[in-house]
Design a protein around this ligand. Structure first.
Ligand code: DGJ
Length: 511
């Protein structure tokens, strides 16, 4: 029987992605923008470099300019090659459709679109100058993009529906207008003065002009409306061919928090529910998180939607701690450091100028030290994921992360006793900060997963009960069964995890 295509399942306490009919988290990495344009480069540089990382998924772009180099003439060599390579390496793929927009620009549109300014106009700044970005008001461009995307999805279904190597698709990449908050073209200015369309009225619950309904954010909401409706047309055309989960990603708002500094109209947190209303074919707006306030961003995005996807994360070591925490804390469907093929290169150059132009701090791309830690963290979570999902349904997963320098730890309140998570002091940026989760599997037994922690079982406040360890084991899960390695007793009788992420089985009793 044909297996169901991947989908998102809403459960009582969480949402999970179902792939091959089982809960699945994409333990992923996103390749650099140009890598997937050359299958030989992928074979020689990318696949060998990611071999030991314990990824189960690779995120790769597919570019409109290569899919439809001449209008109406399609070429799927690259995407078919990527699917073939992924199967050989036993990985799933998440595909990024670099169509009309990539980081707010139209750099990946085919030549025949880029050269025809009359038919496919760019966004205009107040000064009348254009930015290198097709206006989302351009119906002709959207129809052409939707047509190319539907052809791509059709081909993916033809070659992959049985095997299901491709599990999800991102529609466009970091859409929005940079350097301007608004498209100051005549058409946009005219529409902006009118009453909002009825679909926007139904979102707000009343009618009015953009300014009346959205006040100082009205230009950004106007742009968001046009990007989201363009995305809906494109995504719906793709979905008619192949019903995979689709999402969009966001370049986050950053200081000084003005539209145009981040792409105006992109799916930032304040417009998530607006986007999901206008583009129901999209199941999530995903944050690309290079900023240091990781938890705040995750909280903002997670509260607005069922599932949290992080298709782009930092490369430095803190990413390992962020990953361990977010698996425990959210309905996380995907985690993916950007430029994954670079993580194995120890001394790679960081292009500070490029990062500055992308508003990314250089430390986010300093991957010194990350490689062994992320390998181990992905390995552990890969084997524990089914257990984590089932224990989340019983509210028995307790995540933690050190939120500021000097924070000493966290108390996790269990039924009979508490767990005191002591955060080790970490005095370099090149080891993971304390983070992880407790997975309680019975009244007196838990798996401690984490890095740089030391755990004690203590009595509840105002109680003098004493607790001893019945079992403390190193080990790992193999096909869902705990296989113990060393029993830790005597000198090693401490619930302790150093830098390298680890999992320990702990059983305790009252004496
Ligand atoms: C965010 C974009 O989505 C990525 O494609 C890439 O450009 C990174 N920024 C920076 O390298």
């Amino acid at each position: 029987m044909q297996k169901k295509v991947p989908y998102i399942e809403k459960r009582k306490k969480q949402s999970v992605m179902i792939v091959d009919e089982k809960p699945f988290i994409a333990l992923s990495g996103e390749v650099r923008n140009s890598s997937a344009s050359d299958l030989q480069y992928m074979e020689e540089i990318v696949w060998p470099n990611i071999k030991e990382l314990h990824l189960n998924t690779l995120i790769v772009p597919v570019y409109w300019e290569t899919v439809e180099p001449l209008e109406g003439q399609f070429d799927f060599t690259l995407v078919e090659g990527l699917i073939h390579q992924a199967r050989e390496h036993k990985l799933k793929l998440i595909i990024l459709w670099f169509g009309s927009w990539k980081n707010g620009c139209s750099t990946y549109a085919p030549e025949w679109i880029k050269e025809d300014r009359g038919t496919y106009p760019f966004v205009k700044k107040k000064s009348g100058q254009q930015i290198y970005s097709i206006t989302p008001l351009c119906k002709e461009a959207i129809h052409k993009d939707a047509n190319a995307f539907s052809m791509l999805m059709k081909r993916i279904r033809e070659v992959d529906e049985n095997e299901q190597t491709v599990i999800m698709v991102q529609v466009q990449n970091e859409v929005g207008s940079l350097e301007t908050d608004f498209d100051y073209s005549e058409e946009a200015l005219k529409l902006y003065k009118q009453k909002v369309p009825s679909i926007v009225e139904s979102y707000v619950g009343k009618s009015g002009t953009w300014e009346e309904l959205f006040g100082e954010d009205s230009k950004e909401f106007f742009m968001a409306y046009h990007y989201a409706t363009a995305i809906e047309e494109i995504a719906a055309a793709g979905k008619r061919e192949y019903n995979l989960p689709f999402f969009v990603n966001a370049w986050l708002e950053q200081f000084p928090y003005r539209a145009g500094i981040h792409p105006s109209g992109g799916p930032v947190s304040k417009v998530i529910s607006f986007y999901l209303h206008l583009a129901p074919t999209i199941m999530a707006c995903a944050p690309d998180i290079y900023v240091p306030n990781f938890i705040e961003v995750c909280d903002e995005f997670a509260k607005e939607q069922d599932i949290l996807l992080i298709p782009e994360a930092r490369q430095d070591v803190v990413t390992v701690s962020n990953f361990l925490y977010s698996v425990g804390a959210y309905s996380l469907g995907c985690f993916s450091p950007f430029g994954i093929e670079d993580i194995a290169f120890r001394d790679k150059e960081v292009d500070k100028e490029l990062l500055k132009s992308l508003s990314i701090e250089a430390t986010a791309f300093d991957s010194t030290g990350t490689y062994p830690y992320i390998c181990k963290a992905y390995e552990i979570i890969g084997t524990l994921y089914q257990l984590i999902c089932s224990m989340k349904e019983k509210n028995q997963v307790f995540p933690f992360i050190r939120e500021y320098v000097g924070e000493t730890g966290k108390i996790i309140e269990l039924n009979d006793c508490d767990m005191k998570i002591n955060y080790k002091s970490v005095d370099t940026n090149y080891v993971p900060i304390p983070a992880g989760m407790i997975i309680q599997v019975s009244e007196n037994e838990a798996f401690v997963v984490g890095t740089n922690i030391n755990v004690e079982i203590i009595s509840k406040k105002d109680s003098e009960k004493q607790y001893g360890l019945l079992a403390l084991e190193e080990g790992s899960f193999v096909e869902g069964i705990w296989q113990r390695k060393r029993i830790l007793n005597g000198d090693e009788r401490q619930i302790n995890v150093d830098d390298m992420p680890n999992v320990l089985r702990v059983k305790w009793h009252q004496y």
